[in-house]
Design a protein around this ligand. Structure first.
Ligand code: GCO
Ligand code: MG
Length: 405
């Protein structure tokens, strides 16, 4: 038996949206899959892998997952950042996949085995006006979800990051040569959001876990005010209230509200959330397998989080491919400091392109017991859907200034 890597290939496929897939093959013919998708910047990671990482992998021992991680992180000299960390994440997940397949075990067993029977999940309910939002929440409850993220439009605006007046559901990205520009009005949002969320709480009663995402748009003072106003709604969390690369501003928010806070889907390493965790400025850390250096690094972030009673709640929208989504569910099953996994769902075609062992049922996820991560790529089908340029929108305030989002 030899675990020597003989090939490392990058496949970019677009079954509805772009996914960057890494395929690592060993001399024994074992194939491991990784995900390096970076929404709106996909080709940069494809190049980082194809041009700089894949040639280094060939000839290496696939069983040395941690050593390979350290080589790619420390060896590049240029550390951190979404492109580097998504590339490292793809290699890491592919190597865990190979190890599981080689040993005939699902990855969660290699991580220490299950600490829970199933992984709680939340999904999205989005609609422009409040009656439609209540219907969307009801539809999610009928699918068994016990936790729902509610997003609505804002009176006076035409579109609000992913929520559109005339289109059902939630989709921030759009295909085309560049980003769509939206208009944003924080004052109107702050007037409307508490009323819309209170209407949802009144409609569903006390038990359903409700979440809301402010998508980095507020100042610390505005965030503190919103958190305080939302206390009667009893949110499971309020997400990304400020652009949290400035971690210390969360102290101000924390001093004013007991609404639980979740932050971190754009973070790529433990260093991005170190202060948020050690000062207990957040309750949930949103770092994802794909963007934070793979299973190996996410586990280190969650080990730090465990010490401070912060819990993992990874990003899982439809731009996280089923490969790293499956990897995340393995982490969720085997990691104590893990609360909930976002699951936005995928169109049928994506399930066909990425056949997988993970499953959803009754508000929970399970990674399945297939050896490795349990997600494959149907390469022939994937080849029918080549890359198409697509971008997330940008937002400007009423006076035309670009705003955080
Ligand atoms: C979430 C997110 C997404 C992201 C998108 C960016 O909480 O699911 O905020 O909507 O914006 O995944 O690629
Ligand atoms: Mg978010």
């Amino acid at each position: 038996m030899t675990d020597t890597i003989v090939a490392a290939d990058v496949i970019v496929t677009s079954p509805g949206r772009n996914y960057v897939v890494l395929k690592i093959t060993t001399a024994d013919g074992v194939v491991g899959w990784g995900d390096a998708t970076l929404n709106g910047r996909e080709l940069s990671v494809a190049s980082y892998l194809r041009d700089h990482v894949c040639p280094m992998l060939v000839g290496r021992d696939a069983s040395r997952i941690e050593d390979t991680w350290q080589l790619l992180y420390r060896g590049a000299y240029w550390r951190r950042g979404p492109v580097t960390m998504a590339a490292i994440g793809a290699v890491d997940v592919a190597l865990w996949d190979i190890k599981g397949k080689t040993l005939g075990q699902p990855v969660y067993q290699l991580l220490g085995g299950a600490v829970r029977d199933r992984v709680l999940t939340y999904t999205h309910a989005s609609a422009w006006d409040t009656p439609a939002l209540l219907d969307a929440v009801d539809a999610r409850r009928e699918q068994g979800f016990r936790a729902v993220r509610a997003q609505s439009g804002v009176p006076g605006l035409d579109t609000v990051y992913g929520v559109h007046r005339d289109v059902a559901g939630y989709e921030p990205a759009s295909r085309g040569a560049g980003p769509v520009e939206e208009t944003w009005d924080t004052a109107a949002y702050l007037r409307h959001a508490p009323r819309a969320l209170q209407a949802v709480r009144d409609h569903v009663g006390p038990e359903l876990a409700l979440l809301h995402d402010a998508h980095h748009r507020l100042t610390p003072q505005q965030a503190a005010r919103l958190g305080k106003e939302l206390e009667p709604v009893d949110l499971f969390w309020l997400e990304d209230v400020t652009p949290a690369e400035n971690q210390e501003v969360l102290r101000l928010v924390r001093q004013h509200t007991t609404t639980p806070l979740a932050i971190g889907e754009v973070f790529t390493t433990v260093f991005d959330c170190h202060q948020l965790i050690t000062e207990q400025l957040i309750d949930y850390v949103r770092t994802a397998v794909v963007h934070a250096g793979g299973i190996s690094h996410l586990r280190k972030i969650l080990a730090l989080a465990e010490v401070y009673q912060v819990k993992g709640a990874p990003h899982g929208p439809s731009d996280v491919s089923p490969v790293s989504f499956g990897a995340s569910v393995h982490v969720g099953l085997a990691t104590y400091a893990f609360a909930i996994q976002e699951y936005m769902g995928y169109p049928d075609l994506v399930h066909e392109v990425f056949p997988h062992s993970w499953s959803y049922g009754d508000g929970y996820l399970h990674p399945g017991d297939a050896p490795g991560v349990g997600v494959e790529l149907d390469e022939a089908l994937a080849a029918k859907y080549p890359y198409e340029p697509a971008y997330l929108p940008v937002a400007r305030r009423l006076d035309g200034t670009l705003t955080d989002w």
